[in-house]
Design a protein around this ligand. Structure first.
Ligand SMILES: [Zn+2]
Length: 284
């Protein structure tokens, strides 16, 4: 059964929306693509469980518990969408940079980048993400999931911009910058090693008081944060390989760790409650 009528929309229509509407309305446009599916039951499901779009998600539960449930309704916030199913099941989709959702025919067979396909009797609901910066989350409960309620922007999202970072840094002027980078309401998902990597790239001393940072340093932190997170998603997600050899992380835990730039021995101290490594030559 070849069904040309159910082929996906031409690519240019999505590009058009993204370019003209910007990030904040992309989700609005995409969410509607699944509207025809409301009220219908999920009869089968296909996913790529080891894919990083499922990071932190119980894919087994998603696979077992969503089948037999009906799609009820959905909500959207920026590039995030939440789909509510019967039986207190919730599916969150963050489109990230390249995520898309669409509808295909019921006999659709998923391609390499179609990470989740929900089959109904009349159609298939597909989530595609060629670069896997998006995220799929599954939640069970009477109430909306906590991750939906919070307005904390993901670092790879357009909502995490210069203005947001500047305002967050200004609210924590007294704390050392290392401690501020570990604050999840501002730097969502940044852990200890990433914070050190960011400061090393931005050439800022981890113990420096946030209020003393210059505008240039704000900009450097913003750029380094985006870079480290984006690069980590690429390298850590792909075959679970390490970040590039030139990164600080490879030296951080060594007793005789050196700066990858000019081989100066690293220093270590506890800052913001966490072991911190830095290069005394590049970070001031
Ligand atoms: Zn150095």
């Amino acid at each position: 059964m070849n069904k040309p009528s159910t082929r996906r929309k031409p690519e240019h229509s999505t590009v058009h929306c993204r370019d003209l509407c910007g990030g904040s309305t992309t989700g609005l446009w995409y969410r509607k693509q699944w509207n025809p599916a409301r009220g219908d039951e999920i009869v089968d499901l296909s996913l790529h469980p080891r894919n990083r779009v499922f990071r932190g998600t119980n894919t087994r539960s998603l696979q077992e518990d969503l089948i037999g449930e009906k799609l009820l309704d959905s909500g959207v916030r920026g590039k995030r969408m939440l789909f509510r199913f019967s039986g207190d099941n919730w599916l969150g989709i963050h489109l990230g940079m390249t995520g898309k959702i669409r509808v295909e025919s019921a006999n659709f067979s998923p391609g390499k980048h179609d990470h989740l396909t929900l089959y109904q009797r009349k159609r298939a609901l597909v989530f595609t993400d060629s670069r896997q910066f998006g995220r799929l989350r599954f939640h069970q409960g009477l109430d909306e999931p906590d991750w939906w309620k919070s307005d904390i922007p993901e670092i790879i999202s357009p909502e995490f911009d210069r203005k947001f970072v500047g305002q967050f840094l200004d609210r924590h002027r007294k704390a050392p910058i290392k401690a501020v980078l570990l604050m999840q309401p501002g730097f969502s998902g940044i852990g200890n090693w990433m914070a050190d990597e960011i400061l090393w790239r931005a050439k800022i001393l981890p113990s420096k008081r946030t209020g003393k940072l210059t505008g240039r340093e704000h900009a450097a932190i913003f750029r380094a944060t985006k870079f480290v997170v984006r690069k980590s998603l690429q390298t850590l997600g792909k075959n679970f390989s390490d970040p590039p050899r030139t990164w600080l992380i490879h030296q951080k835990w060594k007793r005789d760790g050196i700066c990858p730039r000019h081989r100066t021995p690293l220093r270590h101290a506890t800052i913001g409650g966490r072991i911190t490594a830095w290069c005394p030559r590049c970070q001031k």
